[in-house]
Design a protein around this ligand. Structure first.
Ligand code: SF4
Ligand code: SF4
Ligand code: SF4
Length: 379
């Protein structure tokens, strides 16, 4: 029943998206991209449709948790569709357990969206203004080539390599933005009955949360990746879980609830069929992701999401020992590192070239450097 309601909600959102594109157009409501909050409001002080969406999502999250993610996000729906298709093809990828699911999206949010825009705002005249249709619907969306690649890599391939909701768990900065209000949410999944430790809730959770551990340790789900989808509640055969309100003054809140505990995931790991831990390789994985993503981000018109999607899959191929024979592993690792190193050198040269020519009036040479590698454009 819950899943049917969610599917209905997600279909309804897609109807609204179509109405936005074909009926209202951007004369009435402009871009409702989450990026608007950072690129329009943080940077310039402009309140537009996208900024309002983010503020509404923030307030809803403070009350109901990350409802937006579980019930309304278009890209969350794409990933669920991908999981569904893979299941129909009899492919069931393991959900990757890593401490990076707590930190990496936050890092991407702060590094790419908060710091640069705050820095800009600090050095410019920041003024509050309201312009509901300031940007066109497509303002932050790439052209068809990069857009399709982003869709395929972040929506589908990432699920194959990292498991259910791989993009939400490892990359999405908007999900990270909602982590803070989610930790304070009034309504949460709470333990309200007797748990028989059957782990059915863990199996139902699309985010790979150890629900069984959390509700027995804290009497509620504390993981800020929880999207209030309620699948664990409907999947519990003992009716031990409810989506319940708690007076915030009586709520026990501790920072330790929100940190990835060392052994927290034990129960998940025991269920080898569904989960695979890469926690002992987290640091090397993080380093590879960061280097790879930054070596291609911006080249050919590649956006942050696509750069991180490619980097996260490529780095996973390198660190995953179970995927291939030793020979294939070394061959793949060498090719991947060479490709990213090549693009990293291009990025360093673009940076150095710009630094050099920025100080001189040499517009032609500067443009030559900026245009290499060529953006793919919107076609
Ligand atoms: S984490 Fe991001 S992509 Fe995933 S459902 Fe939430 S907003 Fe959508
Ligand atoms: S813990 Fe429950 S409500 Fe939260 S994401 Fe997992 S299944 Fe959904
Ligand atoms: S499904 Fe219910 S009974 Fe089973 S482990 Fe989860 S909360 Fe406990």
């Amino acid at each position: 029943m819950v899943q049917k309601l969610r599917i209905f909600s997600l279909i309804f959102i897609h109807i609204l998206i179509l109405l936005h594109i074909f009926y209202w157009g951007d004369q009435v409501v402009g871009s409702v991209d989450f990026q608007e909050f950072f690129h329009s409001f943080l940077k310039h002080g402009v309140i537009n449709a996208g900024v309002l969406l983010v503020l509404i999502a923030f307030i809803i999250t403070l009350i109901f948790g990350r409802f937006f993610c579980g019930w309304a996000c278009h890209f969350g729906a794409v990933q669920e569709l991908s999981w569904f298709i893979l299941k129909k093809m009899n492919i069931k990828p393991k959900t990757i357990d890593s401490k990076l699911v707590t930190f990496l999206p936050l890092l991407i949010l702060v590094h790419l969206y908060i710091i640069p825009n705050l820095f800009f705002a600090n050095n410019s005249s920041w003024n509050i203004s309201i312009k509901l249709n300031e940007h066109s619907i497509w303002a932050f969306l790439p052209g068809i080539v990069i857009g399709s690649l982003t869709f395929i890599i972040d929506g589908f391939l990432i699920i194959y390599f990292l498991g259910r909701k791989g993009f939400c768990r490892f990359i999405c900065p908007w999900g990270a933005f909602l982590k803070l209000p989610n930790s304070l949410a009034l309504f949460k999944v709470r333990k309200t009955g007797t748990c028989t430790n059957c782990h059915a809730c863990n199996d139902s959770c699309p985010i790979g949360i150890d629900v069984n551990y959390e509700i027995n340790k804290h009497k509620k789900v504390t993981n800020t990746n929880c999207t209030s989808c309620m699948l664990c509640i409907s999947g519990c055969p003992s009716n031990a879980l409810s989506y319940a309100y708690q007076n915030p003054l009586k709520e026990e809140i501790s920072l330790s609830h929100y940190m990835p505990a060392k052994n927290k995931i034990n129960d998940l790991i025991k269920k080898k069929n569904h989960f695979e831990s890469i926690r002992n390789q987290d640091w090397i994985y993080l380093l590879l992701i960061f280097l790879f993503a930054n070596s291609i981000d911006g080249l050919y018109g590649i956006g942050h999401f696509l750069a991180y999607g490619i980097a996260i899959i490529a780095a996973f191929i390198i660190i995953n020992n179970k995927m291939h024979t030793l020979l294939i592993k070394y061959a793949l690792t060498s090719i991947i590192i060479l490709l990213f190193a090549f693009h990293g050198i291009i990025k360093i040269n673009i940076y150095l070239g710009n630094q050099y020519y920025n100080n001189k009036d040499s517009t032609f040479l500067q443009r030559t450097i900026q245009d290499y590698a060529q953006k793919m454009g919107k076609y």
